[in-house]
Design a protein around this ligand. Structure first.
Ligand code: FES
Length: 78
């Protein structure tokens, strides 16, 4: 998920990023890897980004969710 945020420019100042990444992983754990934009936006509703980078954050969460489906947990922890 962190790599997806970097690759999809899901952060600007980075102030909100730790909470966004933690929330994104929780969303994947609860909702699965095939997340649509509406679901991601609804689930991140309580996380505020003062840089207003939501468009790229949503793209990063979707990409990170897909990547997590293809990466075994043991490899992800390395
Ligand atoms: S990237 Fe700056 S607050 Fe979200």
């Amino acid at each position: 998920m962190q790599a997806a945020f970097r690759e999809h420019h899901g952060l600007q100042c980075g102030y909100c990023t730790p909470g966004m990444v933690m929330s994104a992983i929780d969303i994947v754990n609860r909702k699965g890897h095939a997340l649509d934009e509406q679901t991601i936006r609804a689930e991140l509703e309580g996380n505020l980004c003062r840089c207003t980078g939501y468009h790229n954050i949503v793209k990063a969460v979707a990409a990170g969710a897909q990547a997590m489906a293809q990466t075994p947990l043991t490899q992800a922890a390395e």
